[in-house]
Design a protein around this ligand. Structure first.
Ligand code: SDX
Length: 435
């Protein structure tokens, strides 16, 4: 645990005048924390924080976000630098081990991942259990969880080497399984990975090539794909990463923990937002419908929210959204798409929203999901695959947090308490005596 600062916080019960001193811990940067681990045993009180808006669940060295300044660092490196100068496997290594790899380390790491890209041949038959129109996220939840039935030699969480192999397998096999889910929906044959290709090239090859003809990798699109993976790799203690950590705290095997993360990511308030943004932009149709949609987003009585806008932590522009917008222009230009109506609508929606008091007051800005769908659709992915790509990339962050949790001596099974407002104890009445 970080060194306790000399400071403490005093909590006073106004009813009794009793006080308690609570230790304060300082991080290297960002908010300090009040250590409340002894609060219940000392005071008989729980803290109450639905949605964990003010709660630190762990100590971590992987990612730092300054939501007010719109800063995102992975092991100290700004996200825009990593997105523009690094590559996804290098970032996955950084998240995992804390440093950018040197040439030898990078070569070894890429080789380990490359040689785990194939999946057990029997896994292919899993897909035939799904309807062709199954949502690919439903397939990913099932198939990733099933990996623990195939790779018994990397499920012993107390064995450092097995944990390492499980991380290699998960990072390596997610693209293969994601491409298989897409191929299955089309009724096209699965395409085996090619070890001669880079991570992003291999994914595009497995997704879009067909056995009937050669497939030419577009280097601009492969670079954009890799950059999109980097932008989605990790994001501190978000809902899906916290789900992975909580599942792992019970000792569940790595494949089950990542499957739990995939289910949490699927929600439209989280990773499912990229699919929801595109549906929203398509529903808006033309720019003249934007005022109506903004009015609905501001209407408290309407459950509609502007998808791709707002964030629990960012109260400034999400730095990933800026890089995503630049990548969007690069991809559309490469594909010769001029004046993409969805991009036009998204840009106009952003312009109008960022001038509107409601969004300004509540500090609601575009987030990582606002532009990603426009790029992915232009690249040929159906909307149903957008969150699958998010899960593919976020696996690098999930496994890094999964590993970090094992190295954190402070961690124990996660078991929150509650504010109970239900019935007090009462006697059971036989059905004949009930009103
Ligand atoms: C991701 O946590 C992460 O890091 C996630 C992520 C990652 O990389 O892992 O960054 C990925 O999930 C990005 C977010 C994708 N989701 C969306 O784009 C869905 C739309 N956004 C909202 O649902 C919302 O902004 C959340 C869920 C993202 C954040 O919600 P919070 O932090 O719980 O904020 P809130 O709901 O308390 O909103 C504060 C106020 C509310 O108004 P009041 O009750 O104070 O009057 O802002 C309003 C909200 O109604 N508000 C919105 C809004 N988002 C918040 N109003 C209209 N449209 C929106 N999008």
């Amino acid at each position: 645990m970080a060194d306790a600062s000399k400071r403490s916080m005093t909590l006073t019960d106004d009813a009794t005048g009793k006080s308690w001193k609570l230790p304060v811990f300082d991080g290297t940067v960002g908010p300090s924390v009040i250590d409340i681990r002894k609060l219940y045993s000392d005071t008989g009180y729980f803290t109450h924080d639905p949605g964990f808006t003010s709660t630190s669940s762990c100590e971590s060295k992987i990612t730092f976000i300054d939501g007010d300044k719109g800063i995102l660092l992975h092991r100290g490196y700004p996200i825009d630098e990593l997105a523009n100068k690094s590559d996804f496997l290098e970032v996955a290594y950084l998240l995992q081990y804390g440093e950018l790899p040197n040439a030898t380390q990078k070569e070894d790491w890429v080789k380990h991942i490359t040689y785990h890209t194939m999946v057990h041949e029997q896994l292919s038959s899993f897909f035939s259990g799904f309807r062709r129109d199954a949502h690919p996220m439903a397939i990913m939840c099932g198939v990733v969880g099933a990996l623990s039935a195939f790779y018994h030699d990397s499920t012993d969480i107390h064995d450092e080497e097995q944990r390492e192999i499980a991380c290699h397998r998960l990072i390596a096999k997610m693209p293969t399984l994601a491409a298989m889910a897409y191929k299955y929906s089309l009724g096209q044959p699965f395409v085996y990975p090619q070890n001669s290709l880079s991570f992003a090239e291999n994914f595009l090859y497995m997704t879009f090539s067909v056995p009937a003809e050669p497939y030419k990798i577009n280097p601009v699109l492969a670079k954009a794909m890799d950059k999109i993976f980097i932008l989605h790799a990790d994001h501190e203690q978000n809902a899906s990463t916290s789900t992975v950590r909580l599942a792992s705290s019970s000792g569940a095997n790595p494949f089950a923990c990542i499957a739990a993360g995939i289910t949490s990511l699927w929600g439209p308030a989280h990773g499912g937002a990229n699919e929801a943004v595109l549906k929203m932009l398509m529903e808006i149709g033309s720019k003249d419908k934007i005022p109506e949609i903004v009015k609905r987003a501001k209407d408290k009585s309407d459950t509609f929210r502007l998808m791709g806008f707002g964030h629990r932590v960012y109260k400034n522009y999400d730095p990933r959204a800026k890089v995503m917008q630049e990548t969007c222009r690069e991809v559309l230009a490469e594909l010769g798409i001029k004046n993409d109506p969805l991009l036009e609508t998204a840009m106009e929606l952003e312009r109008i929203a960022l001038q509107d008091d409601y969004f300004v007051q509540k500090k609601l800005y575009p987030n990582v999901d606002f532009y990603s769908g426009i790029i992915l659709r232009a690249m040929g992915f159906p909307m149903s695959m957008f969150t699958v790509l998010f899960a593919l990339a976020r696996t690098a962050g999930w496994v890094a947090h999964w590993q970090e949790q094992f190295r954190d001596g402070e961690q124990k099974i996660g078991r929150p308490r509650q504010l109970y407002t239900g019935s007090v104890q009462r006697p059971f009445l036989p059905v004949g005596q009930r009103k």
